[in-house]
Design a protein around this ligand. Structure first.
Ligand SMILES: *Cc1c(COP(=O)(O)O)cnc(C)c1O
Length: 342
């Protein structure tokens, strides 16, 4: 069992069958029927004109940033957002694009007053502000549609574009009761990961206008993402969107159940457990040696968790109710013999 991330899921037998049977062609020639169909389907799901299959969420976000901004132009983003912190600075390295990171608030948003002050006026001293880059979900938290509608007004007043890193937008949709299209509406472009909770082995899609996606297609080629008979990947993603989307509610329920169980067991142990509305929960242990001991204890029982003092646990389609019971059992056993908080 692996609770470190929802990226660890294995493609099921049925998904592998769909992959094996997929009609394929050379997608660089635009001749892979499975990819053409998937791009249409995702464009429809997000209510955008077009979509583009990318190798990863990092590639999809990168092609998005490169298609919005040229060198010397700027995007405003959260310090903790993936497009600033976790993508190796690709937009700056490859595009000469300047990030303007702002602190992320506890509710996963950026302060819109501050954001407005950071938008630069036209002055030869300054980079040209071009884009606002957001994330939903962020750290398992769901951001309300009304927040993004407010941000959209600011973007419109300042002639800025808006990009959404919707790696886990499907989780946000299931948790909020909005459709993905509704959550995507305030944005010019959206990146959706299919190798997270949706359970495909590979792949993300970037969606936007026809004109935007044709620019992104050229960038994707440049960064090595022009794949050939990748219809086998498209078939896995199509399977995931059909069979694994609505079931994300189960992952959210499982995470809430886990929060309740761990909270009750941890009462006398100076351990904080915090919930999110989606498939992530966070546990803060009293000290780092305890975190290392817990990680080792779980590893000895074939359970993978992080070794950090504040650790993230993530539920997913391969973490069944039985697995989670097993995990709670070992949690209790660990605390019973633990000497770290005596
Ligand atoms: C996982 C993730 C991505 C993309 O990651 P890849 O591993 O490159 O697919 C982007 N943004 C967020 C918020 C993510 O969690």
């Amino acid at each position: 069992m692996d609770l470190r991330s929802d990226t660890v899921t294995q493609p099921s037998e049925e998904m592998r069958k769909a992959m094996a049977q997929a009609p394929v062609g050379d997608d660089v020639y635009g001749e892979d029927p499975s990819i053409i169909a998937l791009e249409k389907k995702v464009a429809r799901l997000l209510d955008k004109e077009a979509a583009l299959l990318c190798a990863s969420g990092t590639q999809s976000n990168l092609c998005g940033l490169l298609s919005h901004c040229r060198n010397g132009e700027e995007y405003i983003v959260g310090q903790e957002y993936h497009t600033y912190r976790y993508e190796a600075g690709g937009a700056a390295v490859l595009g000469g694009i300047v990030p303007q990171p702002l602190e992320v608030k506890a509710d996963a948003t950026l302060d819109l007053e501050l954001l407005q002050r950071r938008i630069k006026v036209d002055d030869p001293h300054f980079p040209i502000t071009r884009l606002l880059a957001f994330e939903n979900t962020h750290a398992g938290q769901v951001i309300d549609l009304s927040y993004f509608q407010q941000a959209r007004q600011i973007a419109d007043r300042n002639a800025l574009a808006m990009h959404l890193d919707g790696a886990r937008l499907a989780n946000a949709a299931v948790a909020s009761g909005n459709t993905m299209a509704e959550l995507a509406a305030p944005f010019d472009s959206v990146s959706l990961c299919c190798s997270k909770g949706l359970g495909a082995p590979v792949g993300s899609l970037l969606a936007g206008s026809h004109e935007f996606i044709s620019r992104a297609r050229r960038w994707r080629k440049m960064v090595g993402g022009g794949m050939r008979q990748a219809g086998i990947i498209a078939a896995a993603i199509d399977y995931a969107l059909t069979h694994n989307y609505q079931r994300l509610a189960q992952d959210h329920d499982n995470a809430r159940w886990l929060v309740d169980q761990l909270t009750e067991l941890s009462l006398d142990h100076d351990i904080q457990v915090s919930a999110t509305p989606t498939n992530m929960l966070y546990v803060t242990l009293p000290n780092q040696p305890m975190a290392a001991a817990l990680q080792q204890y779980m590893a000895d029982h074939d359970i993978k968790i992080p070794a950090s003092q504040t650790l993230r646990l993530v539920t997913h389609l391969d973490a069944t109710a039985e697995h989670l019971n097993h995990f709670v059992y070992h949690w209790q056993a660990f605390l019973r013999q633990s000497t770290y908080n005596d």
